[in-house]
Design a protein around this ligand. Structure first.
Ligand code: PGA
Ligand code: ZN
Length: 418
């Protein structure tokens, strides 16, 4: 039973307002959560409530804060909720618009996160333990995917592909994985400074040197890993890409990469050649969210050779995931709670993916906060993969440090891909 529910605006990692929610329970617990925010958001995502007007480029959240303080507090404070599903459904009923446009998905998701923490507290469990129990999953410490080179909507350079990640698949445990990521990040930083004179950063804490060619970026990654004494390889220190192709789709199945126009076959071909030359294990949003023909070409050319992940394609929506599975568009799903709005819908998305034998990767947003919720979500649902940006910057390391904390306290938990 919640005895209070309040929200306030805080700054996210880009310096724009976001919603932080605080609740108290009858037995004296203090629960907190904060909403992240994307920059390269999918067109089909749940809808944030932003104030508009001149302040903060229109990104104020006073309206979303009011949604919590007035409407959601009135709905949720007092009654005993039998399950997270029930409480989330009540919020969905209160806001009958598509994607929580009226209350604001940025209000709803933080409240849903607080509710999940409340249920874990009531059960006397850590959040990850509650997720494991609630979903019937075997907990697993996930392979972190560190986004160490940034482009696209997250950086000021001309690199069209958005995220170049490294994933210590072969690490013995979570602590070693985080150490490997951090060492590679440092070596890469030194290299970038030597070669480009500066180590400017993108939104997720990765380096953003002035380069445009994806091969130049991948060579840099390989050199960084080697300089750190690591062995690049699909079973050791692997690479994962999130091109976020919405950002360079020019419409009609035409894409522009490094100044060159490509049709679907040519783009799939580029990816095929990159797979041949670099140890890439995962490729997310290789084609644009509404270019289903592109996704079909990609599945035909690359399916089975690399994990194909849908992010903007699915927006953590069980209906879209089921549809993509039926069409054979990908074999993996990116999971971002604020894309769909509530934690119970997020768990439904994971369940739907599993029923279709698809893998899941839990993900942060490019605008983040202190909140480490997704670390527990990843461990408890046992999906085996998480991405939370570079192994540097407070809002990113909050997640990795939580993973290491769980690992340290629970040496019985296995590490790795599911
Ligand atoms: P976003 O980017 O949080 O800016 O949407 C992350 C991603 O595309 O995976
Ligand atoms: Zn993405």
């Amino acid at each position: 039973v919640l005895t209070s529910l309040r929200a306030r605006p805080i700054l996210d990692s880009r310096g724009f307002p976001t919603v932080e929610v605080t609740a108290t329970t009858a037995d004296g617990a203090l629960l907190r959560a904060a909403s992240p925010a994307g920059a390269s958001t999918g067109a089909h995502e749940a809808v944030e409530l932003r104030d508009g007007g001149p302040a903060f480029s229109g990104k104020g959240v006073d309206g979303a804060v009011r949604s919590v303080d007035v409407h959601l507090a009135e709905l949720l404070v007092g009654p005993t909720w039998s399950s997270l599903e029930d409480a989330d459904a009540a919020m969905a009923e209160l806001d009958s618009t598509q994607g929580y446009a009226s209350l604001g998905a940025n209000a709803v998701v933080a409240v849903s996160m607080v509710l999940a923490r409340g249920f874990a507290h009531a059960a006397g469990m850590e959040l990850w333990e509650w997720f494991a129990a609630h979903t019937g999953s075997a907990p697993l410490l996930p392979v972190p995917h560190f986004n160490v080179l940034n482009g696209g909507a997250h950086a000021a350079n001309d690199l069209d592909l958005q995220e170049f990640m490294i994933a210590p698949v072969g690490a013995r445990d979570e602590a070693e994985a985080v150490a490997m990521g951090a060492e590679a990040h440092h070596a890469l930083g030194a290299l970038v400074r030597e070669r480009y004179g500066t180590a400017g950063l993108g939104d997720e804490g990765g380096f953003a040197p002035a380069l445009a060619d994806p091969r130049e970026a991948l060579d840099l990654l390989m050199e960084g890993m080697e300089r750190a004494g690591l062995v690049p390889g699909r079973e050791e220190m692997a690479i994962a890409l999130d091109p976020a192709a919405n950002g360079f789709h020019r419409g009609g199945g035409l894409y522009r990469v490094a100044g060159r126009d490509m049709d679907r076959e040519q783009l799939a071909n580029l990816y095929t050649r990159l797979l041949g030359d670099y140890p890439i294990r995962s490729l997310e949003d290789g084609f644009a969210e509404d270019d289903l023909e592109g996704w079909r070409v990609q599945a035909r050319e690359l399916g089975g050779r690399v994990q194909l992940v849908g992010d903007d394609l699915y927006v953590t929506d069980p209906v879209r995931i089921r549809d993509g599975a039926a069409r054979g568009l990908s074999d993996a799903v990116l999971i971002k709670p604020n894309q769909i709005g509530t934690i119970s819908q997020t768990l439904a998305a994971i369940r739907t993916a599993r029923e279709a034998s698809m893998a899941c990767m839990i993900s942060h947003r490019s605008g983040e906060t202190w909140d480490d919720f997704i670390a527990d979500l990843a461990v408890g649902t046992g999906v085996g993969q998480i991405k939370a940006g570079a192994p540097a910057r407070g809002e990113r390391v909050a997640k990795y440090n939580r993973l290491m904390g769980i690992a340290l306290a629970h040496s019985e938990l296995p590490y790795g891909l599911s």
